[in-house]
Design a protein. Sequence first.
Length: 339
Amino acid sequence: MKRQHPRRPADRPAPRRALTYKTSGVDIELADKLVDHLRRRSKAIGGFAGLFPLEPDGGAPHCLVACTDGVGTKLKVAFALDRHETVGIDLVAMCVNDLITCGARPLFFLDYYATGKLDLARSKRIMAGIIEGCRLGRSVLLGGETAEMPGFYPKGEYDLAGFSVGIVKRSEVIDGTKIFPGDLILGLPSSGLHSNGYSLVRKVFSDRRIRKLGRELIAPTRIYVPQIAKLQEGFRAAGHIILGLAHITGGGIVENLPRVLPRRTQAVLHQHAWQVPPIMLAIQREGGVPAAEMWRTFNMGIGMIIVIRPNALETARALLPEAKLIGEVTAGRREVRIE
C-alpha cells in the first residue's frame, strides 16, 4: 500500500472550518490588484526591487536599486514574548533579500521606527538587531527616523519599516529573460517562517502555544547576501551566469517564483527534494490548513531560489553546498507545478 511521506504536508480533506490566510485577515488577491493598479500608473514599478538607470560620463552604465519592507505581524509575537533583539534582523533581511534578486550589491539601509511612547532600553535592543542585520547584509546603516506618536499605538507596541539601496551594472542585471526550458532550479534553505504568514500563525496557535513555540516563531529571517555574492563571484570566474533569483516571501514559492519566469515557461518542483520545517507541518496539522494554502502562504523551507544552466550545477554545488536541486524549468504556462 502506498503511504503518504510522514514529513510532507498531506493534502488531506480540510476540516469544516479550515483556516486560510484570507480568513485570518490577509487578502493576497486584493493586494495583487493594488499592485497591478500601481504598475499601470508607474511603469518603473516591477520585480522584487526598483531600478533607476545612471549614465555616468565615461563610466559603465549602472542602476541604483531600491526596495522597502517591514516585519509585519511577526512583531505581535515579539510583543508576546518580549523578544526584541532579532526583529531588526528581520527588517533588514526582508529588504536586502529583495534587493539582491536583480544582481545588486547592497550599499546602505535606512529604518523607520514608530511607537506610542519611547522605551529606551527596548529601543536599544531593536536597534541592535538592525545593526546586526546591516552587518550580515553588507549594508551601511545610513540613518533613519524614530517617531514617538502618543495614542497611536497600543501600549508597548511599535512598528518597523526599512529601506535598502544598492547598485548593479546594467550589463549584469538579473531579470529572468535568459531563462529557457531545461534550466535548473536550486533552493537555499530558510531559517523557518521568516517574516510571512504570521496573521495565520496567530489564528492557528493560542497565546500559550505561541509562548511554547517562541524559539521557532521568533527565529530571524535568513539574510542571503553573502551566499549570492559568493555565487556571483564564483560564476563570473567560471564563465557562468545566474539566470534568475526569487526571494520567497508572502505568496510563497507559487507566487514569487513566476515573477522571474519568462512567458511560456513554468517551474516544476519536486517537493521531496527538501524537508519542510516541522513548525510549518504543525501549522497545517493544528489549523487544518489545506496544502495549497500552505504553499501560497509560507516559504515551506526554501527562502531563496536560484535558476541556472545545467552546465553550471557542479560549480554552484561547489560554491554553495547547502543549495538543493529542487526542480527544473519546462515549457508551459508561467506558473509553479509541485510534484
